[in-house]
Ligand binder design. Sequence first.
Ligand code: COA
Length: 218
Amino acid sequence: MIEELLPPGVTSSEAFDDAAPAPLFPAEAALMEGRRARRRRQFATARACARRCLTQLGRNPVPLLPGPGGAPQWPSGVVGSITHCDGYRGAVAARSSSLAALGIDAEPSGPLPKGVLNLITSDEEREHLSDLASADPSVPWDRVFFSAKEAAYKAWYPATGIWLGFRDATLALSPEGTFSTTLRPPVPPPVDPVYEGRWLAGPDLVLTAVARPARADR
Ligand SMILES: CC(C)(COP(=O)(O)OP(=O)(O)OC[C@H]1O[C@@H](n2cnc3c(N)ncnc32)[C@H](O)[C@@H]1OP(=O)(O)O)[C@@H](O)C(=O)NCCC(=O)NCCS
């Protein structure tokens, strides 16, 4: 599914359960010690997806340990992103010569839990979502919106190391399956703060992806 949202040159791999064996490197396994079984399985399957992406890029499968802020540390010359939620584990990767940043996010389809929307939107964004819902009530716009901000954050963070809250970004969704996010960090950003992405909403899952061309950050 995720490949529908990605430009050429991005490798992707996804799984919808943890059935396939997904061995971890010792350093990764050490990180999961004492964690709940569900988290260990999810982590391992997503790591297996990420390593398949590396193999498709012609790179060796290596441990992918989290760096500061939780972002996975991809090998030199590679950018990538990982996501997991109930019923989905996925990873994407590309050569950093072609893409400056990648961010993906998966969410279960359906409305956000009560109270969340107000925490992640401005008045203008809520009006935007209300207009979209009036035009097409079949799309879980709130969930797509939440996921798109997370995808943008995952593309932003590895390049900057700057944490942003949901109110530090303004997002506009297009019914055609694209979105544009403008990030407002507390200090002038070292990269272009506008992130463009794509979304899709199926019966069970919402997926979003940001793939920023390398030229955008030069
Ligand atoms: C980091 C965050 C985006 C993860 O999203 P999530 O929906 O909770 O979880 P997902 O399963 O989709 O993604 C988790 C994966 O994201 C990756 N990740 C975690 N922190 C990351 C970061 N700072 N940058 C990039 N990727 C990150 C990891 O690979 C993680 O999986 P792993 O721990 O198994 O390696 C979220 O927890 C968060 O902190 N959000 C607040 C910041 C934000 O989204 N702001 C929006 C405005 S820009």
